[in-house]
Write a protein that binds this ligand. Sequence first.
Ligand code: HEC
Length: 160
Amino acid sequence: MSGPSEPHRPPVERFTKSAARNIFYGGSIFFFVVFVGLTAQSHWHIVTNSTDEATMTAGVIRGKHVWEKNSCVNCHSILGEGAYFAPEVGNVWVRYGGKDDPEGARAGLIAWMQAQPTGIEGRRQMPQFNLTDQELNDLVDFLEWTSRIDTQGWPPNDAG
Ligand code: HEC
């Protein structure tokens, strides 16, 4: 029972400076370890699940360079990255039926690129890049390979 007669006692200091320091260093180390762990897990996931390294042929690699050299990404998005003037091409291989008919999809994609621009009034146009047969085939290799990247269900529909 406290009353007016009780002598005044200073409050007990529970949260000491050393406790604060321990929380600071302990917390920093703990979250740094978590961060390193998550980074390693992401890397592991990319290398083992997301990247299909076994089928990354010379054609796929050359095709990526053709893609970059001609700045296709200035109009197109690929797996969501890029410009929104022209269709997403991360899944264009699937849209062209590549899963059921790889030869047909290859021929279709090459014919499409060779037929541009269409000049159809009111339709966005894709320029003619005058690519060689080798470059066109390499591009298709790259687009085919890209379509197999595990995007965890993105885009949600084929038109993506
Ligand atoms: C100046 C903008 C522009 C650039 C650069 C461009 N494209 Fe296109 N591309 C388009 C447009 C616009 C369309 C859609 C045209 C249409 O539907 O008539 C298209 C369509 C396509 C399609 C068919 C997509 C589908 O879903 O049917 C493919 C494949 C394609 N482009 C590949 C490429 C590649 C490969 C490059 C680089 C070598 C490239 N594009 C560069 C504008 C561009």
